[in-house]
Design a protein around this ligand. Structure first.
Ligand code: ANZ
Ligand code: ZN
Length: 828
């Protein structure tokens, strides 16, 4: 009987479903493990990235099941978002139909992979029973002042026809989804006050040793904490004060100008009073239409216009000119800076361009005083203060501290911490998303929808329009409603929520997915959360992975759970590449998971993925590689099938190491237990699934070379074969389950216990090794059996008697016969 993977895989998938093998319940008497893979967007078909993500996750979940954990391993769909609208337009279907059809298709595919999900917990973020709670969460944020609306210059993607959060604009100023340039627009939008949690989000990164350092660094930089000071200048002719933020308070004696962001609120006052109003106005307009990236790029062109007004430096009493400059951003610090060209690169470029004086006030620790007139670039390092009155001679850090004490006493500055992270812009001018549960009443203004009226249903029958405008805004029946406070006429908020909100809390919903009274039961969250192992792509480092940390902290503050972090351990898998490049439609190097499963079976696909590379590395797809692991599975199958009688009749009693005298048999027994030891460590501690597979391949070789002669041999072989099947099960759950059953076992391998190594079998036998020099026996040593050639050679050359004999002579070669003999050949 050949290895008929397709029917075997179908058979076991059905059994798992019927027997509810992976259905799980919270049980405080059992240790829990929450294993979670990032849920997919229901695009219609799994790609190789998914296959890899879910192979890793399922391998780990199954390993933990076998190790006695109560494993929560759920799956669902991140089902709102723009592609459904685009598909609706393209194919003339409705967004919800397209989405649900895809969900069913992909669920089938995931089942064909043989993943151990508790399917009863499937969540779909676009279903009312889910987004009802997304809306409920919005209301809790709103009550706490964590959701607010304001008019602000926001990122706008012309192609997606919607605003984007800062996290969704890449480092080149392009849209994260469609890669088109992002522009700024001033719009009234909804924000989540993630900045309230900036410090905690930063601090708690230190408590996540189970995260890749790379991701933690990315988050630290994204949050971007700066310690500095707020310093107030007075603009007498304007009758206004101008606040600036600086991280280099020690440079206050070197300020030669002030610069405001074009969006600064004072600009209006200046325009009214300025004599060069027109010039200023044109400049401001140009700046506002520029992208943030263009305006702030280090090498980018610095532009500005002098306003004609001056402000007084409170430290020196000197007046400095007020400029408006393109490189000052409104949403950082105070939107105004004190310009210190001698010690800031951008200020330096700006000052040289507009002939603003450069005054040096810091000198390098060694060397001469700098001269502002002749400097060719800013000196930005720490150094020693000069030209700074009573502070001369102080090194930078001390100067900052002493000057701040002085300024605070005089009352013109305050110490301040600023963060780079901005509040999260969460409203989208899109149709296929969770409606924001707010109405605007003609009398009462903005009114939150009462919790009892949730969900605010998203109409599913709207037609997506050409040009990308959300049809929600024009759905009059839906938009017009009554005010929950006064009963008068009100209009619904027509913006929907960023889909990253839906995915910020799904890990909580899985613990109690069908609850229709509560977002989730706190006890259940406290049992299951945090997720013990989270697996997904690195691309989410500064989006999803920051947002869900933020949500978890708010949930904890709302008393919904104890956990303040959602994911204890994070594994970011590498890409799947083919012919050296990431698989993508545009490169035409895509391999379809379905085809591979059809042709070789899910077990082969999973095993190849886990064998071909460590999970964090990129994985090069290779058809030969796939064929290679397929051959291995065929060999496993063939061995057991051909030796079935002997294996089945073998005694179930384990053969003790102590009762084995034959060296080959002792080695074989040892090999079995060494495999258990190594595979367990590879999976549990090192996450080196590839080497674990290699060890199992070796074990199979040992099994093949053990020609059984008697009952004992068959017992030993049965042990070897069972260990192989048990250890291989998390990788290849179907074939191993089938063979397990063929061997006559009644229980399910998936739920049986992970094998335990026998320490007695691991102790190495000792052997006497003869050492020769130029063919003459010179020494004998007792060593553990099984040492490698290298180890033996090393041990021999370290023997003092041998060292003495070969001293001063040229070593020609060392011949090693393992466990027996070493011959050192030297030139006499
Ligand atoms: C004076 C100064 C002197 C500065 C000096 C630097 C060097 P980080 O570290 O990123 O927090 N800055 C402040 N607000 C700004 C804004 N809205 N747009 C553009 N630049 C702004 O950067 C803080 C520094 O960036 C501040 O310290 C300020 O320049 C500038 F020798 O003030 B500094
Ligand atoms: Zn009202």
């Amino acid at each position: 009987m050949a290895y008929d993977f397709l029917s075997i895989e179908q058979k076991w998938q059905k059994v798992w479903e019927e027997e509810n093998t992976f259905k799980v319940k919270a049980d405080p008497s059992k240790k829990k493990f929450y294993c979670l893979e990032m849920f997919p967007y229901p695009s219609g078909a799994l790609h190789m990235g998914h296959l890899r993500n879910y192979s890793i996750g399922d391998m780990m979940a199954r390993f933990l099941w076998m190790n006695g954990y109560n494993v929560l391993h759920p799956m669902g769909f991140d089902a709102f978002g723009l592609p459904a609208e685009n598909a609706a337009l393209k194919y003339g279907v409705q967004a919800h139909e397209w989405t649900h059809k895809n969900i069913e298709q992909m669920t089938d595919q995931l089942k064909r992979m043989g993943c151990s999900y508790d399917w009863d917990r499937r969540v779909e973020t676009c279903n009312p029973d889910y987004y009802r709670w997304t809306q409920w969460i919005f209301l809790q944020f709103f009550k706490k002042g964590l959701a607010y609306r304001k008019k602000a210059p926001v990122n706008w993607c012309e192609s997606c026809n919607t605003v984007l959060a800062n996290e969704q604009v890449d480092s080149e100023g392009k849209c994260w989804r469609c890669n088109s340039p992002v522009i700024k627009k001033k719009l009234e939008q909804w924000f989540f006050r993630i900045t309230d949690y900036a410090q905690e989000l930063l601090d708690d990164l230190d408590q996540l040793p189970g995260w890749p350092e790379r991701v933690r660094i990315m988050q630290r930089n994204w949050i971007g904490r700066s310690e500095g000071a707020r310093l107030t200048f007075t603009a007498k002719e304007l009758g206004e004060e101008i606040e600036t933020f600086t991280t280099r308070f020690d440079t206050i004696f070197g300020v030669t100008f002030l610069a405001l962001a074009p969006e600064h609120p004072l600009v209006d006052t200046i325009l009214e009073k300025a004599s060069n109003k027109e010039e200023l106005e044109t400049f401001v307009k140009t700046c506002i239409s520029q992208s943030e990236i263009d305006r702030t790029a280090v090498g980018g062109e610095k532009n500005g216009v002098f306003t004609g007004f001056y402000a007084t430096n409170p430290a020196t009493g000197e007046d400095v000119p007020i400029w408006i400059a393109n490189y000052i951003l409104m949403d950082y610090g105070t939107g105004a800076i004190m310009g210190v060209p001698a010690h800031d690169e951008r200020d330096f470029d700006f000052a040289r361009k507009y002939q603003i004086p450069v005054v040096a006030v810091i000198q390098p620790a060694e060397g001469d005083h700098l001269d502002g007139d002749t400097m060719s670039e800013a000196f930005v390092d720490n150094g020693i203060a000069f030209n700074s009155g009573e502070f001369n001679g102080l090194p930078t850090q001390e100067a900052i501290g002493r000057m701040l004490d002085w300024g605070e006493e005089k009352g013109f500055c305050t110490r301040e911490v600023n963060f780079r992270i901005r509040d999260w812009l969460i409203s989208r001018q899109r149709y296929w998303g969770a409606p924001i549960p707010i109405v605007y009443c003609d009398h009462c203004g903005m009114v939150p929808v009462p919790e009892k009226d949730l969900p605010v249903l998203l109409p599913t029958n709207l037609t997506v329009k050409e040009g990308g405008r959300s049809p929600l805004a024009e759905a009059d029946d839906w938009v017009n409603t009554t005010c929950p406070v006064c009963g008068g006429h009100a209009r619904r908020e027509v913006d929907t929520m960023d889909t990253f909100i839906c995915s910020s809390w799904y890990q909580f919903r899985y613990v109690d997915p069908r609850n229709d009274k509560k977002v989730f039961e706190t006890d259940l969250a406290n049992y299951w959360m945090p997720v013990d192992q989270y697996i997904g792509g690195i691309e989410h480092a500064c989006m999803h992975l920051i947002y869900s940390r933020f949500f978890t902290k708010v949930f904890a503050d709302l008393g919904l759970c104890n956990a303040r972090e959602p994911f204890s351990n994070l594994l970011t898998q590498g890409m799947v590449i083919k012919d050296g490049a990431k698989m993508s439609k545009s490169l035409g190097n895509v391999v379809d998971p379905d085809e591979i499963i059809q042709k070789f079976g899910a077990d082969t696909a999973r095993l190849f993925i886990l064998f071909a590379a460590p999970p964090g590395n990129d994985l090069e797809w290779s058809e030969q590689g796939v064929e290679g692991v397929h051959r291995f599975l065929n060999r496993v199958w063939r061995y057991i099938e051909e030796n079935l009688e002997g294996l089945k009749n073998a005694s179930m009693e384990r053969v003790e190491m102590g009762s084995l005298v034959n060296k080959d048999r002792r080695d074989f027994k040892r090999k079995i237990h060494k495999t258990i030891e190594d595979v367990t460590r590879d999976i549990q501690e090192e996450r080196q699934f590839n080497t674990a597979v290699a060890r199992l391949m070796e074990l199979l070789n040992s099994i093949y070379s053990c020609s059984p002669k008697d009952e004992k041999d068959w017992g030993l072989l049965r042990e070897g074969v069972e260990v192989l099947l048990m250890c291989l099960n998390p990788f290849c759950p179907h074939i191993t389950e089938e063979l397990w059953q063929m061997l006559g076992n009644q229980n399910r391998l998936a739920l049986s216990a992970w094998p335990i190594k026998d320490e007695a079998a691991l102790v190495l036998d000792s052997v006497t090794v003869v050492i020769q020099v130029n063919g003459k026996v010179r020494h004998k040593i007792d060593l553990p059996a099984g040492l490698s050639k290298d180890e033996l050679q090393q041990k021999t050359l370290n023997e003092p008697t041998i060292q003495k004999r070969i001293e001063g002579k040229d070593l020609v070669k060392v011949i090693v016969v393992p466990d027996k003999l070493v011959n050192v050949v030297v030139k006499e």
